[in-house]
Design a protein around this ligand. Structure first.
Ligand code: 9MG
Length: 283
């Protein structure tokens, strides 16, 4: 059988086993670790520690996407992420940029990022053009509204159908712009304009997302849905995050975006040994 891969610039990432994407927030106001690594040098040190802990990808973001977050200017976002991407791009771990701004996408790719993670789903022609001819991998995510508005009474007639239709339409737009399917990951956007019930329905639909033929990325690390289930605060959701990551892996998620790389990696190692054999990979 041909091994599935996510093509991200010079990296052809094997999807034979789940990949761990480590979160590197260079922001003063992220919901989970706001301000901890706002200084570029601290962010680089944190990212290197995540790589040591077993991250397969480092996702660098300079604008918080937590509900209600204020927008950041292009200049401020560039000032935050570029030094971090430049420092990490010379290392072995593929670097992703988490941004919805075409100008930041272009500059980050020039600085060495090989993945663009756009939580707004490459909805503009400028965003499509920023990645089209570059060879980088892309993650197209579903979000209802914007981070400022998304959690204001989100409603869907059929959340799974609507999210799948959106992702299908954006994948077609990316392919039409010249981005090969092998470069595209899709993401249901857990917590982005969704209630707990919406999130649960979308997670149960991960096997359906896989039928798209694209890589499937999911992020639920430390998110409020885990707080709603466990009653725990943001910094007390490690066990819940790892349990969620393992369940997603079992449902076919290819890439899991997490804050706690070391614990997730260990849990996935055990899950993989049980599921696939010590050195195995899934069909
Ligand atoms: C930036 N960011 C925050 N949460 C995310 C998620 O669930 N998926 C992706 N792709 N990016 C996210």
């Amino acid at each position: 059988m041909v091994e599935r891969r996510w093509q991200c610039g010079r990296h052809a990432l094997s999807l034979g086993a789940p990949l761990v994407m480590g979160v590197v927030n260079v922001t003063p106001d992220s919901f989970s670790d706001g301000g901890l690594h706002a200084d570029p040098a601290a962010a680089v040190a944190h990212a290197r520690a995540l790589a040591e802990d077993g991250a397969d990808i480092l996702d660098v973001g300079g604008e918080s996407t937590r509900p209600g977050a204020a927008e950041v200017s292009v200049d401020d976002e560039l000032r935050r992420v570029l030094p971090v991407i430049e420092a990490l791009a010379t290392g072995p771990c593929p670097v992703s940029v988490d941004t919805a701004k075409p100008a930041v996408m272009r500059a980050a790719i020039a600085a060495g990022a090989c993945i663009v993670n756009d939580v707004s789903g490459f909805r503009t022609d400028e965003a499509l053009a920023a990645v089209a001819g570059t060879g980088v991998g892309v993650c197209v995510m579903h979000m209802r509204g914007t981070p400022r508005t998304m959690q204001r009474d989100p409603r869907y007639a059929d959340v799974v159908g609507e999210v799948l239709a959106f992702l299908d339409e954006r994948v077609r737009a990316l392919v039409a712009a010249g981005v090969e399917r092998a470069r595209i990951a899709i993401d249901p956007g857990i917590g982005f304009g969704k209630t707990l019930e919406h999130n649960l329905a979308l997670l149960r639909a991960l096997p359906v997302l896989r039928e798209s033929g694209c890589a499937v990325l999911v992020g639920l690390s430390r998110k409020s849905m885990l707080g709603a289930i466990t009653g725990r605060g943001t910094h007390d959701r490690l066990a819940a995050s790892v349990a969620g990551a393992l369940w997603c892996a079992g449902q076919g998620a290819d890439i899991i975006r997490v804050h706690d790389v070391r614990e997730t990696r260990d849990a996935l190692r055990v899950w993989q040994a049980l599921e696939m054999g010590a050195a195995g990979s899934r069909p």
